[in-house]
Write a protein that binds this ligand. Structure first.
Ligand code: GUN
Length: 290
């Protein structure tokens, strides 16, 4: 059997195309959606991610601004910068690229972002809203995963979803979102014993660990939907996921490639969240004006 490919790159491109019209409409109403990305230091991966985000914004007509601070910036100075962005009405979304240097508490920084500008969906208020099924911002990678499943018309309700990885950015929110869509959810992590015993039971398998080759063909249920969030460089310097793609695609029903699967979806969901933040700001302004 050969699995069908879930083409995240194509799904994301179609969504960006769709979004252009919405951004143009909003802009005609006098409101150009604005995203500010804060980058601290020179981490090459972070620099590359941030460049991609800025490029995406340009493509759909979202105003973007990059604030690049030195590696040595103090926590206080960064928090002051966030306060200024919180107060700036042209800034609808704020994203502080993680990781941050060790003199800065990531949690303090996340907590300082206004929840209605938290397009990463990392603020405790947004996490709480997601957990209680209320409207808010959903972290981009899990949101992108759900979007891919919807595009492929995969029924989530009643399915057994197994998540490998429990990070705040991917694993935990992905588990919660799948639960919100009525999946039966199992979360596995580095202390899980006999990992394959769990993954082999997954109708929907989400792998977000960061270890190439972690999941082989023998760890996958025939016909399963396999979502590979991993981004690793193999010994030849090639970008690969956490799943052995060649083996897994002989067993799975559907599978995301790396690259071209989850990555482009994460990026497009950031644009969606920024558009939503701008639309919400316009609604608040109209409401205040009566
Ligand atoms: N670093 C790696 N992934 C992310 C992300 O989704 N958001 C932010 N802010 N930083 C990241």
């Amino acid at each position: 059997m050969t699995a069908k490919l879930i083409d995240g790159k194509a799904i994301a491109a179609a969504k960006r195309q769709n979004m252009k019209a919405k951004v143009a409409l909003l802009s005609r109403k006098g409101l150009v959606p604005g995203l500010t990305v804060v980058l601290v230091g020179e981490n090459p991966a972070s620099r590359s991610y941030v460049r991609g985000k800025i490029r995406d914004c340009k493509e759909v007509g979202i105003n973007s601004q990059l604030i690049h601070l030195p590696e040595t910036v103090s926590e206080e100075a960064l928090l002051e910068q966030i306060d200024r962005l919180n107060a700036d009405e042209n800034v609808h979304g704020i994203l502080v690229q993680l990781p941050l240097p060790e003199q800065i508490s990531e949690q303090k920084v996340i907590d300082a972002i206004r929840p209605d500008k938290d397009v990463d969906g990392f603020h405790p208020v947004n996490i709480g809203r997601m957990m209680t099924g209320q409207d808010g911002f959903i972290p981009c990678t899990p949101a992108g995963i759900i979007e891919m499943l919807k595009t492929e018309q995969i029924d989530i309700a009643g399915k057994h979803a197994v998540i490998v990885g429990r990070s705040h950015i991917v694993g935990k929110p992905a588990a919660q979102l799948l639960l919100n869509h009525n999946a039966t959810v199992t979360i596995c992590h580095s202390k899980t014993r006999s990992l394959a015993d769990y993954t082999r039971q997954a109708d929907i398998l989400v792998v977000a660990v960061g270890r190439a080759g972690l999941i082989g063909a023998d760890a996958i249920k025939p016909g399963a939907v396999v979502i590979d969030v991993g981004m690793n460089r193999n010994s030849e310097g090639k970008l690969v996921g956490d799943v052995d793609f060649a083996g897994a695609s002989q067993v799975a029903g559907l599978i995301t490639p790396v690259p071209g699967g989850v990555g482009p979806m994460t990026r497009v969901m950031l644009l969606e969240n920024t558009l939503k933040a701008a639309e919400n700001a316009l609604k608040r302004a109209n409401h205040a004006a009566g």
